[in-house]
Design a protein around this ligand. Structure first.
Ligand code: UDP
Length: 368
C-alpha cells in the first residue's frame, strides 16, 4: 500500500477538478506544482485590488449544464459578457463579426445586405472548399473583414501566414447576422467573483498541495508515493522529448498600473493591424465591473516558444498532431499514469472542456 491513492502533477484546472472529486470520494490525494502558486494558467493575482489575469484573459463560458453546476459550487459568477473591440489603425469595430461590424465596415443596414456583400467577396476570391485559415476566413466574412480584422491579428498571434494555418482556429469565432456583440455562443458565461485563484483554492480545500515542486526533479520519489499519477504537464516533457518537441505559441505580458480609472473602456481591445507589436490590451478591472481609482492593463505579445518558455497555445497543425499521436501511443503504455489537460493532451482547450474532460476521467476512476 502506497501513501496516496493519487498524485496529481499540476494544480491547474484539470488537476484541481480531479483532486477535488477524488478527495470528496474519500481518496487520499497529493497535488504538486512546480510553480509557486495554484490554479495554473487561470491564476489571478490582486494588484491595486483588481484581479489580474496573470497568464492571459480567461472568460468562463459553457453550454454544458453539468460543468456549470459543478464549477458554480466553488465560486459565484458575475454577468460578464465578452465583447472585445477591434482597433484597426484607429478604426473601431465590434467583435465577434455581427451586424454592428458589417454596418461599420460597409454601411449595410440589413442582414440581407450583409449576406450579399459577404457572398460577393467570397465569389470574387473564388473559394469553394476552404483549405486553410485564410480561405476559411474569407469564405465566412469576406475579404475586407479578413484584411482588416483577421489577417494581421492572426499572423501576429501564430507567427505564421494565414495560408499555412488550419481553418479550425477561426471557426472559434461566431459570425452572426444579428446585432449581438457577445463573443461566445454559450448558455452560461461569467467571471468568478473574487478571482479564479480563490475558486481553485475552494476546490482544493482539504487537499494536500505542495508548491515549488518539480515532478521531474524527484520523479522516483513521487512515483513511489502514489498508486496512480494524474499528469497534467507537457506530454513530450514526460518522455524527455525523445521523439521530438511539440510546438507551442507563447505569450508575454507587459502589465502596468495606471493612475486613472478607465484606460480603454472595455476588458479587451484587439489590435488587428500587423504593425502594432502586441495583439491585444486587457484592462482587468472590467472583468468585474471595477470601481477602483486606478487601473491595471496588460499588453499581450505573442512569441515563438522554445523549451523552457511558458507554453500557451498548442500548434495543432498536421506535423504536431502526428507527433502528438506518437506520444499518445507511448502514454497509453505507461502503467498507472494518466495524461490530461491542455499540456497533457496537447489541445487548444477552453476551460469548460478541460473541466468536462476531468469529470469524464473522474467517472472512469469511480470518483465522480
Ligand atoms: N482572431 C482574429 N481577430 C481578432 C480575434 C481573433 O482574427 O480580433 C482569430 C485569430 O486567428 C485567433 C482566433 O481568432 O487565433 C481565436 O481567437 P480567440 O480570441 O478566440 O482566442 P483566445 O486567444 O482567446 O484563445
Amino acid at each position: 500500500m502506497k501513501k496516496y491513492d493519487y498524485l496529481v502533477v499540476g494544480a491547474g484546472l484539470y488537476g484541481a477538478v480531479f483532486a477535488e472529486r477524488a478527495h470528496k470520494a474519500g481518496k487520499s490525494v497529493l497535488v504538486i506544482d512546480k510553480r509557486s502558486h495554484i490554479a495554473g494558467n487561470v491564476y489571478t493575482e490582486s494588484i491595486e485590488d483588481i484581479n489580474v489575469h496573470v497568464y492571459g484573459a480567461h472568460i468562463f463560458h459553457t453550454n454544458d449544464k453539468e460543468v456549470w453546476d459543478y464549477i458554480t459550487d466553488f465560486a459565484e459568477f458575475n454577468r460578464f459578457t465578452n465583447s472585445p473591440v477591434a482597433n484597426y489603425k484607429g478604426e473601431l469595430y465590434s467583435l465577434p463579426f455581427n451586424m454592428y461590424t458589417f454596418n461599420k465596415m460597409w454601411g449595410v443596414v440589413t442582414p440581407e445586405q450583409a449576406e450579399r456583400k459577404i457572398k460577393e467577396q467570397r465569389e470574387q476570391a473564388g473559394i469553394t472548399e476552404p483549405k486553410n485559415l485564410e480561405e476559411q476566413a474569407i469564405s465566412l466574412v469576406g475579404t475586407d473583414i479578413y484584411e482588416k480584422l483577421i489577417k494581421g491579428y492572426t499572423e501576429k498571434q501564430w507567427g505564421r501566414p494565414c495560408k499555412e494555418l488550419p481553418a479550425f482556429i477561426i471557426k472559434r469565432l461566431p459570425v452572426r447576422l444579428v446585432f449581438d456583440n457577445n463573443y461566445f455562443n454559450a448558455k452560461y458565461q461569467g467571471i468568478p467573483m473574487g478571482g479564479y485563484t480563490k475558486m481553485v483554492e475552494n476546490m482544493l480545500d482539504g487537499v494536500e498541495v505542495r508548491l515549488n515542486e518539480d515532478y521531474f526533479d524527484k520523479k522516483d520519489y513521487y512515483d513511489a508515493l502514489a498508486e496512480k499519477v494524474i499528469y497534467t504537464g507537457a506530454i513530450d516533457r514526460y518522455f524527455n522529448y525523445k521523439l521530438g518537441v511539440l510546438e507551442y505559441r507563447s505569450v508575454r505580458f507587459e502589465t502596468e498600473v495606471l493612475d486613472m480609472p478607465n484606460y480603454q473602456g472595455n476588458a479587451a481591445v484587439n489590435y488587428t493591424d500587423s504593425e502594432t507589436p502586441y495583439t491585444r490590451i486587457i484592462e482587468h478591472k472590467w472583468f468585474e465591473f471595477g470601481t477602483q481609482d486606478k487601473t491595471v492593463i496588460s499588453k499581450e505579445y505573442s512569441s515563438e516558444w522554445k523549451v523552457g518558455d511558458e507554453p500557451y497555445y498548442p500548434i495543432n497543425d498536421d506535423k504536431n498532431c502526428e507527433l502528438y499521436a506518437k506520444y499518445k501511443a507511448l502514454a497509453e503504455k505507461e502503467s498507472n499514469v494518466i495524461f490530461g489537460g491542455r499540456l497533457g493532451e496537447y489541445k487548444y482547450y477552453d476551460m469548460d472542456a478541460v473541466i468536462a474532460s476531468a469529470l469524464t476521467l473522474c467517472k472512469k476512476e469511480g470518483v465522480r
